[in-house]
Design a binder for this molecule. Structure first.
Ligand code: ATP
Length: 254
């Protein structure tokens, strides 16, 4: 990781060292959240999370593997423990990345609104939480359980995803409120994200960063057909999939 991981200089005085390390006193801490099935995690997730962390100047990036994936067929999803392990391996080299167990420990509460409410309590009201999602997920947002609560609990960042449209500004502004939607598409992302008045309320940011045309579905298919997935996942994830025999010949480990 570059950019966002830079930490402010700590004053010499040891009495100051109890301050949060990554946040200057004048700035509220920023945490980017990426929830996903991560079956498996891939470079599409990783590159976008890294790019948004740089633009929005996150102090922490929290990857949140779902226990059961909302809107997906649970029986066909790999054990949460394998998905958690792969997510840890994929993010271990990123200074600001952590993997959350919040959903894995609360499998009876699978809704994102619940997860973010839990994280809001953990991080406190003084932290800016940004929930990142691809354009495909965003298109379904109005069908999510208590999505209005989610919109009032955290900022949303919508990422472009090949083959999916984010939608036009006028329609989204009507749906979510004109003051809430901030269009960062068109190359101004970095400048405007930093100057947006985050304290004025929760926003929906639309971004159009370069996104990889890859999905976990493509990767599972490639493994089952014996094709290489080296272009799509970090080496340790590729190795994990091989060692634990995930996705091959219809076999799903534990
Ligand atoms: P599957 O193919 O099994 O549906 P997926 O590749 O979409 O999986 P998820 O874990 O479901 O992966 O995705 C988590 C989040 O990351 C979602 O908000 C999704 O929109 C987003 N996302 C996944 N892949 C990409 C990508 N290539 N570009 C942008 N966003 C992505």
């Amino acid at each position: 990781m570059t950019g966002p991981t830079q930490k402010p200089e700590l004053p010499d005085s040891s009495s100051e060292s109890a301050l949060p390390i990554a946040s200057p006193a004048s700035r509220r801490r920023r945490v980017g959240l990426l929830g996903g099935t991560f079956d498996p995690i891939h470079y599409g997730h990783l590159r976008l999370a890294e790019s948004l962390a740089a633009i929005f100047n996150f102090d922490e990036l929290l990857f949140i593997p779902t226990y059961s994936p909302p809107h997906k067929d649970f029986d066909r999803v790999t054990s949460a423990y394998h998905r958690y392990a792969m997510t840890v391996l994929a993010t271990l080299q990123m200074d600001i990345a952590r993997v959350s167990m919040v959903e894995i420990f609360a499998p009876e509460r699978p809704y994102t609104a619940d997860t973010v409410a839990t994280l809001r309590r953990t991080y406190g009201d003084d932290t800016h939480l940004f929930f990142m999602m691809g354009a495909d997920s965003f298109a379904n947002l109005p069908k999510w359980e208590r999505y209005q609560t989610l919109l009032d609990t955290c900022h949303i960042i919508v990422m472009t995803r090949p083959k999916y449209e984010v939608g036009d500004l006028a329609t989204l502004a009507k749906q979510y409120g004109a003051g809430r939607v901030v269009d960062l598409r068109g190359g101004l992302a970095s400048q405007r994200a930093v100057t947006s008045n985050l304290d004025a309320g929760m926003h929906v940011f639309l971004t159009d960063l370069f996104a990889l045309d890859v999905s976990a579905t493509d990767i599972r298919q490639a493994v089952s057909e014996g094709r290489s997935i080296a272009r799509f996942v970090p080496p340790l994830v590729e190795r994990y999939i091989h060692v634990y025999g995930l996705y091959s010949n219809g076999h799903r480990a534990g």
